[in-house]
Write a protein that binds this ligand. Structure first.
Ligand code: NDP
Ligand code: OXD
Length: 308
């Protein structure tokens, strides 16, 4: 019943200690030291090995160490192997912090003040009330709903968009392609927290940006390939969009010559908005292993037909 860990080796050492302490009955191995491959039933990975079913013939569950699973090539994972994404409170807290700071950076004009500072200009800009800045989140899942719940407390009018209908206190919920235009038309700060699937790849394009109000801003914490990067540059350069904060790009890292690095209206961070915290993630994985052993549904098991 071995669990094999195949992701960042430093965090792997923390996982190893936590497993030794909380589940000494489950042998824990750190990739590439898999031990007897036939003993591996559980794999915790950012990216599984190639042909996981052949490499690990008795594999039963792949746990993503991240909330997203788009980095997995599911075509190489047979149906009898369950795939589970990371649903744990540490990831949620990190994302709430990151998006809150990004929204407040935009809302309190810190892009403009940074430009003024470069020119040694000391000039007040009018402060806009949060109640007049409409925030909209693409994705109402574990992360999107938590982010909105926090932003609502600042007084921003909040809305979210998802595939299926949701009802969240104090949030205007929009669902489905037919509701997207109305959601965009009421959104001054757009945040992407969608998983990368065939349906969301390239979704953030010129047509979508054109549907936002003039001088809206954009925050991408979903995945780089959801964004048409040239369309964003065009929208910023034409003044239709005001600012962009990007934690994810395509590729990662961006090449040194990419215009995002130097664009005065773009802030970049290297995919650090949020990360799994070993202390809380190990608890969740252990709970899911227990559930799996007891024949109960695991938390975060993905639906392959939806791709997330
Ligand atoms: P969830 O699976 O919990 O939520 C996904 C949400 O997106 C759901 O509300 C879902 O709708 C909606 N959605 C999916 N496809 C569509 C579509 N085609 N049209 C409309 N809505 C859609 O995911 P999480 O909230 O946990 O995570 C979201 C993403 O955030 C991850 O997949 C990952 O890419 C990214 N992420 C980024 C991190 C970073 O550091 N930058 C860290 C962690 C995650 P419905 O509710 O109807 O199913
Ligand atoms: C994740 C990520 O999906 O870090 O967890 O992007």
């Amino acid at each position: 019943m071995t669990l094999l860990y195949k992701a960042d080796p430093e965090r792997g050492k923390q996982w190893a200690q936590l497993f030794a302490c909380k589940a000494p009955d489950i042998p824990f191995r750190l990739w590439p030291d898999a031990g007897d491959p036939a003993a591996v039933r559980y794999l915790a990975a950012w990216q599984p090995p190639e042909d996981p079913a052949r490499t690990l013939p008795n594999l039963e569950v792949i746990f993503s160490v991240g909330a997203g699973i788009d980095q997995f090539d599911l075509s190489g994972v047979p149906d009898h192997i369950a795939v589970v994404r990371m649903v744990e409170p540490g990831i949620v807290e990190g994302m709430v912090e990151y998006v809150t700071q990004a929204v407040l950076t935009i809302h309190r004009d810190l892009f403009d003040y940074a430009l003024q500072q470069e020119q040694r200009v000391w000039r007040e800009l009018p402060v806009r009330a949060a109640a007049s800045r409409r925030v909209g989140v693409l994705g109402l899942g574990m992360l999107g709903s938590a982010v909105l719940e926090r932003l609502r407390l600042f007084g921003f009018p909040c809305a979210g968009w998802s595939r299926s209908a949701h009802a969240l206190p104090g949030i205007d919920c929009y669902a489905g392609t037919e509701a997207l235009d109305a959601f965009l038309a009421r959104t001054d700060i757009l945040i992407c927290l969608l998983p990368l699937t065939n349906a969301t790849r390239g979704l953030l394009d010129a047509t979508l940006f054109a549907k936002l109000p003039k001088r809206a801003s954009f925050i991408n914490v979903g995945r780089g390939p959801q964004l048409d990067q040239q369309a964003l540059l065009d929208a910023l350069d034409s003044g239709h969009l005001q600012n962009a904060i990007l934690d994810v790009t395509d590729p990662e890292p961006l090449p040194p010559s990419h215009p995002f690095w130097t664009h005065p209206r773009v802030r970049l961070t290297p995919h650090i908005a949020s990360a799994t915290r070993p202390e809380t993630a190990v608890e969740v994985v252990l709970d899911n292993i227990r559930r799996h052993r007891d024949g109960l549904p695991m938390r975060g098991q993905i639906d392959r037909s939806r791709g997330y």
